[in-house]
Design a protein around this ligand. Structure first.
Ligand code: NAD
Length: 487
């Protein structure tokens, strides 16, 4: 069934007035899903004005309880329409339904529930102070919504990462204008139906589709009516958005790229390390910001680890999202396939030993039109090779041996990125010691992608600015006024 996308502005679906659109293609088999309208300055302006009006109107006047009840109902409605969201997400991304039904859609709903709890318990500081005249004064912090928030989201976990920002923004009283990735327009559009179904006032949640530069993305981040920009995507795009945000000094919250290491020590539980690394390298076809692309393994277990990861990679079944035996889907697009394949070629040029994969798999029938690549493992690359240094965002990793803990830590941190790391060891002291030395936003020990939404989430170095999650989201989504009352 054909599915066209539409903007969602001021509570209504519209194709906009630019007359421009693009064809949304399914990465599994290249089939046509529907068209997506490209928003221009007028659509962005209308969405920002609607968001401002809602803020100054019914949304701004609601009590915290009314607002959070409504957002709880949004989560319930996503769960009620679970299959619609699942189908839309898997059409856009080609990811296995087994994955999206466990991660993407449940987390999309949970992001609303979680932040309603945060919003209900926001507290504030209070400092009584002495004054020279003896009467004293009272200082208290008043937290206010920041205002109209621009949400720019990527394609790898479309609903999950978009609601990770929309959830706290709305729970804390803001309104939003979302510019979803051009690759994945469907679930953001569906969420508009959910907002209307549960009675969220018009203008609170707006969606304008479009591209980045010289399109809806750039127009949104430059719009003077936007009070803050939260962005998840590539580090390079973050640099461009930061320049756009400089007009009018708008604050940013950035979750950016990574080149994440896994450190596997000889004293690890090998079965668990293999299982976790299989997921961290290949889940979502390697298109996870937190995924592992560099694996450092202590020399005594290096050969065994490489052999077992190879066996795991070669056992992954490539297939359609709805097939329960599918272990791995396609990449998001032909363009991204071209980028990943260029790294596969570069790895060979730079001297890699290809342990497995390295090319395009033979797919049957209409799947041959999809954007597939083989799960790939390399060894033997120099530390400065492009495939060891640059984020590839595909189902691939380089494995390199190390001899000492110090060497492993040095190699892990030798990158401009600092998003995530995974440490595999059964030695408790080593686990804590190494985790403390990782220059990253999140360090897993004997696990990967285990997430408690109350924790601080974000990246160090070129992997981001700021932290979101739990009470940390208050930093970006609220503004504090210190009220100083002379008694
Ligand atoms: P991307 O940077 O290409 O695009 C992300 C969004 O930015 C899209 O909506 C795009 O249209 C928009 N955009 C592009 N240029 C823009 C501009 N000049 N102004 C405004 N908007 C613009 O990223 P992607 O390819 O969609 O996603 C993959 C990247 O995202 C990877 O680098 C990955 O590591 C990163 N990522 C990070 C996290 C995290 O939490 N740190 C999570 C997921 C993905």
């Amino acid at each position: 069934m054909r599915r066209d996308a539409a903007h969602f502005i001021d509570g209504a679906f519209t194709r906009g007035a630019t007359g421009k659109s693009w064809r949304n293609l399914c990465p599994t088999d290249g089939s046509f899903i529907g068209t997506v309208p490209e928003g221009g300055r007028a659509e962005i302006d209308a969405a920002v004005k609607a968001a401002r009006a809602a803020l100054d109107g019914p949304w701004g006047r609601m009590t915290v309880a009314q607002r959070t009840d409504m957002l709880s109902a949004v989560a319930d409605e996503i769960n009620r329409r679970f299959d619609d969201f699942l189908e839309a997400e898997c059409l856009d991304t080609g990811k296995p339904m087994s994955l999206a039904s466990h991660i993407d859609i449940p987390r999309g709903a949970a992001n609303f529930k979680m932040f309603t709890d945060v919003a209900k318990t926001v507290s504030t500081e209070c400092f009584p102070m002495a004054t020279p005249d003896g009467t004293g004064a009272l200082n208290y912090g008043l937290r206010r919504p920041r205002g109209v928030i621009a949400v720019i989201s990527p394609w790898n976990l479309p609903l999950l990462l978009m609601t990770w920002k929309v959830g706290p923004a709305l729970a804390l009283g803001n309104t939003v204008v979302v510019k979803p990735s051009e690759e994945t327009p469907l679930t953001a559009t569906l969420l508009g139906e959910v907002m209307n179904a549960v009675g969220v006032p018009k203008g609170v949640y707006n969606v304008v589709h479009g591209l980045g530069p010289d399109s809806a993305g750039e127009f949104l981040t430059q719009h003077p009516g936007v009070n803050g920009i939260t962005f998840t995507g590539e580090t390079r795009t973050g640099e461009a958005i930061m320049k756009q945000a400089a007009h009018g000094i708008r604050p940013v919250s950035f979750e950016l790229g990574g080149k994440n290491p896994a450190l596997v020590f000889a004293d690890c539980d090998m079965d668990k390390a293999i299982e976790g690394t299989m997921r961290s390298v290949f889940a979502n076809c390697g298109q996870v910001c937190l995924g592992t692309e560099r694996v450092y393994v202590e020399r005594p277990i290096f050969d065994e680890f490489v052999a077992r990861l190879k066996q795991g990679a070669e056992g992954l079944r490539l297939g359609r999202p709805e097939d329960p035996t599918t272990g791995i889907g396609p990449l998001i697009s032909k363009e991204h396939q071209g980028k990943v394949l260029s790294y596969y070629a570069k790895a060979v040029e730079e001297g890699a030993t290809v342990i497995t994969g390295g090319g395009v798999p033979a797919m049957e029938g209409d799947l041959a039109e999809g954007s597939w690549v083989q799960p790939t493992i390399w060894t033997g690359l120099p530390d400065d090779a492009s495939c060891v240094v640059e984020e590839i965002f595909g189902p691939c990793c380089h494995i390199r041996p190390f001899d000492t803990e110090e060497e492993a830590v040095r190699l892990a941190n030798a990158t401009p990125y600092g998003l995530a790391a995974a440490v595999w060891t059964e030695n408790l002291s080593r686990a804590h010691r190494v985790a403390a030395k990782m220059d990253v936003g999140i360090c897993w020990v004997n696990s990967w992608f285990l997430r408690d939404l109350r924790t601080a989430f974000g990246g160090a170095k070129a992997s981001g600015i700021g932290r979101e999650g739990g009470v940390h989201s208050l930093e970006f989504y609220t503004e504090i006024t210190n009220v100083c009352v002379k008694l």
